[in-house]
Design a protein around this ligand. Structure first.
Ligand code: PGA
Ligand code: ZN
Length: 426
């Protein structure tokens, strides 16, 4: 029994310069764990709702109400509970909040507390978090999805597609995987600089997308992989379409190209890209409410592509089970703050894995230096990790933590590579 003795909360700042919430959970003996709430920009409709103060200060993003919730009701509910019992603490948080979407106490207050409890339990066990979570079971270092160009709402809609990423499936180790991505990132920068001056980076550290079309970004990325010297499928492309962001009244509107497509036409646009570029994974290819579109895309491409539900599944185990029964997608993005607790995130992973789905632990576009998701991806043996680019410290904090875990594993370190893909693609 490691009783929770104190719960503290403070306001800190995220990578977009917005307030967020950090929670410390102190247990018997003075050990403590810390959790920080990240924040999405392209959020699914059914996500856990962050509690923000509204008003005009910091554009309404301040978190004084969420801080008060942690210091008041949350502290009262969990002080005295055993930090080792994550599930019952998370159930307590859900019950005290009492809403379906955690809007009363705030998804931000709840997830930061849930993470802090987990870290406190690992501290009590005297283990690094990943090893505490693995509990003796085998682990793999994740296949990373790393952003080269940002887009969508993370880049003022300069291009429509949100993430142009690469997956170094052919690497032998995690160390080598990051080297390959660094090569591609540098090559992409050189190609872009030939076109005009580089104009900074998007929210997750990928280059600001100075392109005339979405296809030009894909062509440039394909060329960057080639000029970096990677062929034969060693480095593949992954796209987060985040299609809900440019779906309006039954149409997909590419603002950059001033083109509009109905669902059938949009799927043909994607099919054309899939046939032309070395794409291995695609996320939220259609509007988050479009079950038929997800099923159609899975039927057509599910035997050669990873098809990830992010906004479509919102890290919900129930939604994953329904999607599996319907054949809508073959992988899930796992964002702890999207569902709101560690336990619910793990339940979603377990449900996805049971049917041979890919499981991708993911950061948000608004992040901090906190690196819990790196340990989650290894400790839960999720197989994949998506964090953003290989620049900006809130991103590299996560990749660098995986390098440290690789070193701790020593000779036992195994890189997931293709083994992390959905069954049938491994
Ligand atoms: P978000 O973006 O954190 O802004 O939701 C990440 C993603 O869509 O995967
Ligand atoms: Zn996404």
């Amino acid at each position: 029994m490691r009783k929770i003795e104190d719960v503290r909360a403070r306001r800190i700042w995220d990578s977009r310069g917005r307030p967020t919430i950090e929670v410390d959970v102190v247990i018997q003996g003075g050990l403590q764990g810390r959790g920080v709430a990240p924040a999405g920009a392209s959020r699914g409709e059914a996500e856990a709702i962050d509690l923000r103060d509204g008003g005009s200060r910091f554009a309404g993003y301040d978190v004084q109400n969420a801080l008060a919730a942690v210091r008041g009701e949350i502290a009262e509910a969990i002080i005295g509970l055993d930090a080792i019992d994550q599930r019952s603490i998370d159930e307590t948080l859900i019950a005290v909040d009492g809403t379906a979407n955690k809007s009363r106490l705030g998804g931000n207050a709840i997830v930061a507390t849930s993470m802090a409890v987990l870290r406190a339990a690992a501290a009590a066990a005297g283990e690094p978090l990943w090893r505490y979570l693995a509990d003796g079971k085998p682990v793999r270092l994740p296949l990373p999805e790393i952003q080269i160009f940002g887009g969508g709402v993370h880049a003022a809609r300069r291009v429509d597609i949100q993430d142009f990423l690469v997956m170094p499936v052919g690497a032998e180790t995690f160390t080598k995987a990051l080297e390959m991505v660094a090569d591609v990132y540098a090559a992409a920068g050189e190609l872009m600089a030939r076109k005009g001056p580089l104009t900074g980076v998007a929210d997750e550290g990928g280059y600001w997308p100075n392109f005339d079309s979405n296809e030009e970004a894909l062509t440039t990325l394909t060329r960057a992989i080639e000029t970096a010297g990677y062929g034969n499928g060693e480095v593949m492309i992954s796209l987060d379409i985040a299609a809900s962001q440019f779906y309006e009244h039954g149409h997909y509107k590419l603002g950059l190209e001033d083109r509009s497509f109905d669902t059938g036409e949009w799927i043909e646009v994607l099919a054309n890209w899939i046939g032309t570029f070395p794409i291995l994974s695609i996320e939220d290819p259609v509007n988050e409410r479009d079950r038929d579109g997800m099923i159609a895309i899975t039927q057509r491409f599910g035997n050669k592509l990873q098809i990830i539900g992010d906004d479509y599944l919102v890290t919900s185990a129930g939604r994953v089970r329904v999607a599996q029964a319907e054949g809508a997608g073959n992988a899930v993005l796992l964002k702890p703050n999207q569902v709101g607790t560690i336990t619910e995130t793990l339940d979603t992973l377990v449900a996805a894995r049971a049917a041979g789905w890919g499981t991708v632990v993911s950061a948000r576009s608004g992040e901090t230096e906190d690196d819990i998701i790196s340990d989650l991806s290894v400790g839960w043996n999720a197989g994949q990790l998506k964090v953003g680019s290989i620049t900006r410290s809130e991103r590299t904090a996560k990749w660098n933590q995986v390098l440290r875990i690789e070193e701790m594993l020593g000779g036992k370190a195994e890189y997931a590579g293709r083994s992390a893909l959905p069954k049938g693609l491994r």
